[in-house]
Design a protein around this ligand. Structure first.
Ligand code: ADP
Ligand code: 5GP
Length: 189
């Protein structure tokens, strides 16, 4: 078994921004492309950002036990970690990067144990989280409301993670995360 890095956060915390920076800097890291039943947004590409499934395809994959874990993250919208991704990335000798919701992160930590480092990306405040979601301009106002409401619950789960990184200043948050990942993997900074 190889190593895995798990990133979870309330939506809008800056997790995707931080994960992208790490993937650019460390070629030994590889992103696990999840499956989702939601539609692509913005510039997202099938097979790169997500494997975009219909709800029927998603439930078929659940029945075939193709997921390590899966969740109905938002009502009617499912996301899941494919076993094939884990095998594909470890076969190359790379360290897997998971970008999953908070419950999925805790489930993956339970599954991978000491082979996993679970990192919670924390927003400086709920108000700032809302500002970032509005600034990202990818979600309708009612979607933003749902994400903010969920964030309050998700913040209570931070103590279950190995490490918590507050994403206030982005550069500082990236550097702190680089330190954590180098300690865990033995990579040079
Ligand atoms: P997540 O993946 O956690 O949902 P994103 O990475 O999409 O979040 O970030 C949400 C928005 O906040 C994006 O528009 C991003 O550019 C912005 N952002 C990320 N980190 C910071 C930061 N430290 N300060 C201000 N804005 C940020
Ligand atoms: P978004 O719609 O903003 O891309 O993602 C919504 C949430 O689903 C994010 O918190 C994201 O991390 C999470 N997510 C993405 N893939 C998976 C997955 O495979 N499993 C779980 N549990 N959550 C996921």
């Amino acid at each position: 078994m190889g190593k895995v890095l798990i990133f979870s956060a309330p939506s809008g915390s800056g997790k995707t921004t931080i994960v992208r920076a790490l993937l650019e800097r460390f070629p030994q890291l590889e992103f696990s492309v999840s499956a989702t039943s939601r539609a692509p947004r913005g510039t997202e590409r099938d097979g790169v950002d997500y494997h975009f499934f219909t709800q029927e395809e998603f439930m078929q994959a659940v029945a075939e036990e193709r997921f390590v874990e899966w969740e109905e993250v938002y009502k009617g919208t499912c996301y899941g970690t494919l076993r094939s991704e884990v095998e594909r990335i470890w076969a190359k000798g790379h360290v897997i990067v998971f970008d999953v919701d908070v419950i999925g992160g805790l489930n993956l930590k339970r599954i991978f144990g000491d082979d996993a480092c679970a990192i919670f990306i924390m927003p400086p405040s709920i108000e700032e989280l809302r500002r970032r979601l509005e600034g990202r301009a990818t979600d309708a106002p009612e979607v933003i409301e749902r994400r903010v409401a969920k964030a309050e619950f998700e913040l209570t789960k931070a103590p279950g993670f190995d490490r918590v990184v507050v994403n206030d200043d982005l550069t500082a948050a990236i550097e702190e995360t680089v330190g954590i990942l180098c300690d865990f993997t033995g990579f040079d900074r």
